[in-house]
Design a protein around this ligand. Structure first.
Ligand code: ATP
Length: 362
């Protein structure tokens, strides 16, 4: 059996709380399967680490991430700890650049049994994936602003290579989803009507899409997409977009299924992958026990699926399905209602319900 080195980055705020939940669930999963798939090791990093040591991501941490088979990340950043220029500590952005984790994969799926913030019953069918380019776009400007007394220029970069690889990723995902009975439609989300950079993003996407005939490809403007994500989110399948648009749309998308605590993510490159809940450190609820660990637990499902697919491992694919089913059945219980949905189930209750569902799953 292959054993994977799993680097753990709990980070700040509720990142630490949902990481504890993740490890308890992973332990149960492995016990249930009678296998130790992951050799786990935690590493320091984050805003508190910066305040304590002067480094948000110590060199040993970065080198461990490069050597690990896979990375599980909580959340990093705290509003009261900032760099001298006023920006927040966000080592996750540095990790994405350094490890070339160009595809930010954010699945948005409604889970049965939880009330939707949308009144239309079709909201129960929401099941799409937002793919956010993560190594350029407007985030390219980070650390490169041209500042004068009266002016600041932040530059957006769109390269052919950067767009090609993320477009190919999204198209391949569309193809795989089609094999699983999904529509296999990939939508390029841009602002090609205004910016030359975005027209280029669209042009490269269309070129790449022409090579993948089984996938239906189309393009939409980001403003109209924001509207349609609220009006008819069940019509989307795979969306691919620029870094900043993806950042904003992924929070909007998480709201469609109940909140940040429901939205997992994977930051995926050709050599490395990191899995993390789409939310941040949520300083407003840290220490209250209200953090919903679902996003983190679904990120473990994504991690298992990613390894299963890469290594063609059916035991890992089975482990992913087992955990996915346990999360769904825990949240389908009437007594489990996360705080985000107006209930009183917090980290402890949801984690315990998932563990119990894992132990009793047939
Ligand atoms: P970042 O920019 O670092 O991603 P953010 O500014 O988007 O962070 P979050 O930390 O994600 O902010 O929090 C946004 C809101 O969602 C907050 O009100 C927070 O309490 C809530 N929230 C985030 N994660 C969870 C969670 N796991 N469970 C419950 N509520 C959450």
């Amino acid at each position: 059996m292959t054993r994977y080195s799993l680097a753990l980055l709990p980070g700040d705020g509720i990142g630490v709380e949902v990481m504890d939940a993740a490890l308890a669930v992973l332990d149960t999963l492995e016990r249930r399967l009678g296998a130790t798939y992951f050799l786990r090791r935690p590493y320091p990093g984050g805003a508190q680490c910066y305040a304590d040591t002067g480094s948000a991501l110590p060199a040993e941490t970065m080198s461990a991430l490069k050597n690990a088979d896979v990375i599980l990340f909580g959340a990093m950043g705290l509003p009261h700890i900032r760099y001298p220029d006023g920006t927040e500590i966000a080592p996750q952005l540095d990790i994405r650049m350094e490890l070339e984790l160009y595809a930010g994969v954010r699945p948005i799926r409604a889970l049965p049994g939880l009330a939707s913030p949308l009144s239309d019953p079709r909201a129960a069918d929401i099941d799409f994936v937002l793919v956010r380019e993560q190594t350029e776009g407007l985030f390219y400007a980070r650390g490169r602003a041209v500042v004068t007394h009266d002016d600041v220029l932040d530059t957006m970069r769109i390269s052919r290579a950067g767009t090609t690889r993320v477009a190919d990723f999204a198209l391949a995902l569309g193809s795989r989803r089609q094999l699983r009975g999904k529509p296999g439609r990939v939508t390029c989300v841009d602002k090609a009507n205004v910016f030359t950079s975005m027209a280029f993003f669209r042009e490269v996407f269309v070129e790449r899409a022409a090579l993948v005939t089984e996938v239906r490809a189309d393009c939409a403007y980001v403003d109209a997409t924001a509207l349609n994500l609220v009006l008819k989110p069940w019509t989307f399948d795979v969306l691919v977009t620029e870094n900043m648009f993806g950042d904003i749309l992924s929070d909007l998308a998480a709201a469609l299924i109940g909140g940040m605590g429901m939205a997992p993510s994977g930051d995926i490159g050709d050599e490395h992958a990191l899995f993390q809940p789409a939310h941040g450190s949520a300083p407003d609820i840290v220490g209250t026990g209200r953090a919903n660990p679902t996003a983190m637990l679904l990120s473990i499902v994504m991690m298992l699926d990613w390894l299963a697919e890469r290594d063609r491992s059916s035991p890992l694919a089975d482990a992913a399905a087992l955990l996915d089913g346990a999360i769904a059945s825990a949240l389908a219980q009437r007594e489990i209602v996360p705080f985000e949905f107006g209930g009183t189930s917090g980290t402890r209750e949801i984690t315990a319900a998932v563990i119990s569902a894992l132990q009793t799953a047939g």
